[in-house]
Design a binder for this molecule. Structure first.
Ligand code: CA
Length: 231
């Protein structure tokens, strides 16, 4: 996985690069908007771009727009690095089209986690089939519908995302923090308590199939590896 970092503060760019490499990513770094655009379209095209909003020549907003205009880079996920008070809703909205953002000063660890989450989300979209079955459960990830024993369960968009995340990582422990970053994504005003509330509601809606989601006290949750596993 190749991550392009476009950031004019050279110390910050070096720290981000160091941490991404430590996490196993290949990196490419550019210190101006102009170089960044060239680096974004150079072969191989990066799998993700970490983009500073305030650059000396071209703004991050303009770079993001141009990436979205070109076929080669249209689907490359972008994480925007913004300063507090910048128009975050515009940045991540349709107008600019970034996929996520971090506010400066950000923790490099948080940025690295978000890079991982975004890469997982974008690759999952290409690789996995639309219909996923597990015991009595069936979900259609494209239509965002779910069934238990062929009876449709009405889930909110968020509950659906939560269920889908669980099902795609069955057998693996999901910490509340990981769920927050992957399911809630950019919304910062939720706490790990919110995760518990939504898992509880999801379980209730799923009825007996809710038992597929196990609580690991003090750790998080785990979706069973096998539907017939004893609860
Ligand atoms: Ca800057």
């Amino acid at each position: 996985m190749l991550v392009l970092v476009i950031e004019d503060e050279t110390d910050l760019a070096a720290t981000v690069e160091y941490n991404l490499r430590a996490a196993g990513y290949q990196t490419r770094v550019a210190h101006t908007g102009r170089d960044g655009l060239a680096a974004a379209t150079a072969t191989p095209v990066p799998d993700l771009v970490v983009l500073d909003l305030m650059l000396p020549d071209t703004s991050g907003v303009e770079i993001c727009r141009r990436l979205r205009e070109q076929d080669a880079t249209r689907h490359v996920p972008v994480i925007m690095c913004t300063a507090k008070g910048e128009e975050i809703d515009r940045v991540v909205g349709f107008e600019v089209g970034a996929d996520d953002y971090v506010v400066k000063p950000f923790s490099v660890r948080e940025l690295t986690l978000r890079v991982g989450a975004l890469l997982r989300r974008s690759h999952r979209a290409e690789d996995e089939p639309a219909i996923v079955r597990f015991g009595r459960l069936r979900i259609d990830r494209d239509a965002h519908r779910s069934w238990v024993d062929d009876v449709e369960v009405a889930l909110t968009a968020l509950e659906f995302r939560l269920l889908f995340t669980f099902m795609s990582r069955r057998g693996r422990v999901q910490s509340r923090d990981a769920l927050l970053s992957d399911v809630w994504g950019i919304e910062a005003d939720v706490t790990t308590r919110t995760v518990d509330t939504h898992v509880k509601r999801l379980r209730e809606k799923l009825g007996e199939a809710g038992a597929y989601i196990e609580t690991l006290r003090g750790v998080g949750y785990r979706f069973r590896d096998n539907p017939d596993e004893a609860g």
